[in-house]
Design a protein around this ligand. Structure first.
Ligand code: NAP
Length: 288
């Protein structure tokens, strides 16, 4: 028996398996495309000949494949499902809260324990002392798996027994990132058309990171308390500034779809009477 099995050796799965091996664990691995295991085998992992053999090899089975559909492709065969009984399955593929609930029900029906995790990191950060991995599921299962999870992510955070909590927070963080990535690319177009260095723009954002982080924390508190009054800067001011981004895009002849989308949301909030409130009051438009 090895201490842990890792199924899925893409960018993330290979990073997870590598961190476990370097952390001194005995690790069995399996991947649909076996060649991806070569480096890990040189480092000390054992390549199982089949997914069922990989599951049988360890009391803890970590799955990190593209999504839950791929997980089902691997696990939902008679032989693999039977092999899972009595083991703990830790799902680290990204999915939705409903997919996590369905996967938990399926796993429990097959006599195994289940934890659902979400990785808030890039593969190169796996194994780091600050790396954040969210985990939800039965507390006792988490406690038995915590040391192993801490080997791959020192900042592992237990979210609670409700299995969908990790994927829900992952989805919320991803929504935030999506806005940032789109905004950064439009900002880069502004730099390109106005003769600014895009790399310097990125560096400026990095310098502002603590302030931007504080804005996120502040917005979270404002929305949770419903305390939108007495803002330092109003939604109306932000809306006017974002409206000017549309004007700039039209003047400069660049694609205007990102500022148009943002300006329209702010316009709706202003028209609904929230212009004198905190910019977080934009959420009221999204609740309708
Ligand atoms: P990846 O490099 O594309 O690897 C995908 C893995 O899934 C490979 O092992 C692939 O096997 C396997 N796979 C896909 N479809 C399959 C199927 N039908 N049957 C069996 N195996 C299948 O992706 P990744 O970056 O490792 O991401 C894996 C998970 O980690 C995803 O859910 C992702 O959202 C999550 N994640 C990734 C990052 C990141 O930065 N990469 C960050 C946070 C979370 P083959 O090698 O045979 O194709």
């Amino acid at each position: 028996m090895s201490q842990a099995t890792v199924i899925g050796l893409g960018e993330m799965g290979a990073a997870l398996a590598g961190a476990l091996v370097r952390g001194g664990r005995s690790v069995t691995v399996w991947n649909r495309t076996g060649a991806k295991a070569e480096r890990l085998v040189r480092e000390g992992a054992v390549l199982a000949p089949s997914a069922a053999d990989a599951v049988r090899a360890s009391p803890v089975v970590v799955v990190c494949v593209s999504d839950y559909r791929a997980t089902r492709d691997v696990l939902e065969t008679k032989e693999v499902a039977a092999a899972l009984a009595g083991r703990a399955l830790i799902q680290l593929s990204t999915g939705t809260p409903k997919e996590a609930r369905d996967a938990e029900a399926w796993t429990l029906r097959h006599g195994a324990e289940y934890l659902d995790g979400a990785i808030l990191a890039w593969p190169s950060q796996i194994g780091g002392t600050e790396t954040v991995l969210l985990a939800s599921g039965a507390r006792a299962t988490y406690q038995r798996s915590e040391a192993l999870l801490r080997t791959v992510a020192g900042g592992v955070t237990y979210m609670g027994e409700a299995i969908g909590l990790s994927s829900a927070l992952f989805a919320a963080v991803l929504s935030y990132l999506a806005g940032r990535w789109i905004g950064l690319c439009h900002g880069a177009r502004i730099c390109e058309v106005e003769g600014l260095s895009v790399a310097s723009f990125g560096a400026t954002l990095a310098r502002l990171a603590p302030v931007l982080g504080e804005d996120a924390r502040h917005m979270g508190e404002v929305i949770e308390k419903g305390a939108y009054a007495n803002p330092e800067s109003t939604l109306g001011t932000a809306g006017a500034d974002i409206g000017r981004l549309v004007q700039h895009a039209e003047e400069a002849g660049i694609n205007a779809e990102v500022p148009r989308f943002a300006a329209a949301l702010f316009r709706r909030a202003i028209d609904a009477g929230y212009g004198a409130e905190e910019h977080a009051a934009l959420i009221k438009v999204l609740r309708t």
